[in-house]
Design a protein around this ligand. Sequence first.
Ligand code: SF4
Length: 373
Amino acid sequence: MSSFKNVFESYDWNTLEQEIYAVEAEQVRAVLDKEKVALEDFKVLIAPAAKPFIEEMAQRSNALTKKRFGTTIQMYIPLYLSNECQNICTYCGFSMDNKIKRKTLTDVEILKEVEHIKSLGYDHVLLVTGEANRSVGIDYLKNAIALIRPYFSNISIEVQPLEQEEYEVLRQAGLYAVLVYQETYHKATYKMHHPKGKKSNFDYRLETPDRLGRAGIHKIGIGALFGLEDWRVDSFFTALHLKYLQKTYWKTKYAISFPRLRPHEGELQPKVEMTDADLVQLICAYRILDEDVELSMSTRESEVFRNHIIPLGITSISAESKTNPGGYTVEKESLEQFEICDERSTAEITEMIHSQGYDVIWKDWDRNFTIGF
Ligand code: SF4
């Protein structure tokens, strides 16, 4: 059975790192002169040597994004259902070793949160839970999706990795997309940050997008958590993963996110800093590599950064997010997974998007398409 693991193991982290950091300006020029860039070229575009070319990369990214997506930005909002978790992740407020009050929303509470989210105008929702098999396993998720399905055209999840058959069950219940980030593709660093729980199994997580592809999930979101390791090498592996998935599960749509470490209970300082300019360079590099991939930006980033990034390749953003279960109405003070940075209201964000000549998209899918796809 096909798996990304084989592809992944044919690459060496240190060799890639050396290659990326050895890139010279002439190589960047040569890549930018090409009409189509390949995965090998992506290494060049994310290299330090490409920094002086950011303006040119941004213009190309802008043009490619407009060609494929028009001047539109898709809106979505996270709905945290639970902060229960059986994993230790050194960077997360929900980590099992944090002595916090745990909370999992009941049906009544979920619907209360949904009512609030709907009043803001959202039609695309991202359900988020910690990884706790007993309290937020497949039965809980299936029930939650069925419960909210009448209210949303498009339902995504960011939860514990599941088996292929379980994803098939959720797809039948109305699930559209699954986001599963590898956090880091550096095996030893991954082990260090995930010492306990099911998530400590690097390979199982690495092969999750394969199980999603085989289960026929419509869209798969991947990415790395920037700050754990060198962002350039992690991004190359993310691009490698993307290209493998596109080739193997060609009916599926793909999205990439760019989470940077944010403050949380327990505070982990980033090992490798990723500056705003680095993140712009990376977003433009992904777009130049791939015209079709959706690029998503959360409220982890600052107001100023989010304002500037709109025309540079991003296709979807969240607003007014709460990262704690019940955070909108039910239990506003429960512990959040991480602090959000852009705290503007949905209305303020849509106004900002409009002011840049972009249309806001609330819905680009219908729930009736999801079943039996
Ligand atoms: S990142 Fe996910 S798995 Fe890890 S502690 Fe947080 S909620 Fe649990």
